[in-house]
Design a protein. Structure first.
Length: 303
């Protein structure tokens, strides 16, 4: 089980047994059988856990005091709010990827979708056919094939397909995705809008805080890496701007503010670096020092 957890195979198990002076002639056969049984149990346990988490999310949504959160569609399915994102095995042209749907209230995984573009036995069988070693009519050896995504397709398209698959299965559990927190991937939203059944309500897209901060960081560090003729921003400036922007987003999310105040407070992202705190919130050390009638001296200040 430990070898299975760290992604090792029968070769490593055979090496360990030899160090322990245990006969390891038939370890490959037994290891494959054990791994197959273990994988099925892990998958079964995961499915049961995800189903229980989805029921918890629905109960918490029904019990919520927020009237905007408790909504139903025409078929009586309750709408849930959740965040969705995909993780790939490697950055470019990944052979596999997994998408998770995390509930807004329970903070638990409500659904997941795994895509794989590779299968060793299928690929080896295809190579033998191309090399002329076996006939094209001969079928591949019976096995538990996990390849469920076209090898010729781009791994980037997995995210949109996974979102569609997850949203399509939710009505089977008497719920639907009403609010979706996601990055700025227009392909996913477009696929949901065009390919979901006509009777299903489309999820309303909400911005993800982490992706917003990451996008801002990309812009300010782009200025820091530019030539002196373009920008005099340093990496230290970029780091402080990114930090101030993250604080600003957090303050605006955690509290209820009018639109005019939200717009006014955003100027503090830059003005705070120049020791000007008229637009800062109560989380600013200068504002706290002023409220306590104390002197405030910034650690760093731009001239």
């Amino acid at each position: 089980m430990a070898l299975h957890e760290i992604g090792r195979g029968p070769t490593h198990a055979e090496t360990i047994l030899r160090f322990l002076e245990v006969p390891a002639r038939s370890i490959r056969y037994h290891y494959t059988n054990i791994r197959t049984k273990l994988s099925k149990k892990i998958e079964e346990t995961t499915n049961n856990s995800v189903s229980r988490c989805l029921e918890v999310e629905k109960l918490m949504t029904r019990a919520s005091d927020d009237s905007e959160l408790v909504v139903y569609d025409d078929r009586g399915n309750i709408g849930i709010a959740a965040a969705m994102d995909m993780h790939w095995q490697i950055r470019k042209d990944s052979p596999s990827g997994v998408t998770y749907l995390v509930g807004q209230l329970s903070k638990k995984v409500l659904s997941r979708c795994i895509y794989s573009r590779s299968c060793r036995l299928c690929f080896e069988h295809q190579k033998k056919i191309q090399a002329g070693k076996i006939n094209a009519e001969e079928e591949v050896t019976t096995h538990d094939c996990k390849m469920n995504y076209l090898p010729s397709s781009s791994s980037k398209g997995m995210e949109a397909n996974a979102a569609l698959e997850i949203c399509s299965k939710l009505p089977e559990t008497s719920c639907y995705l009403a609010k979706l927190v996601i990055d700025d991937d227009t392909a996913t939203l477009s696929k949901l809008r065009e390919e979901l059944p006509t009777w299903m309500k489309r999820p309303v897209k909400y911005a993800d805080r982490n992706h917003r901060v990451r996008g801002f960081r990309h812009q300010v560090y782009g200025l820091a890496n530019a030539t002196a003729k373009v920008s005099r921003t340093t990496k230290s400036h970029a780091a402080r701007l990114k930090r101030n922007f993250a604080y600003y987003i957090g303050e605006m999310i955690n509290g209820q503010h009018e639109l005019q105040e939200i717009v006014r407070r955003c100027y503090a992202i830059v003005k705070h670096m120049f020791n000007e705190h008229d637009d800062c919130t109560t989380g600013c050390p200068a504002v706290q020092a002023k409220a306590q009638n104390k002197n405030y001296s910034p650690k760093k200040q731009l001239l």
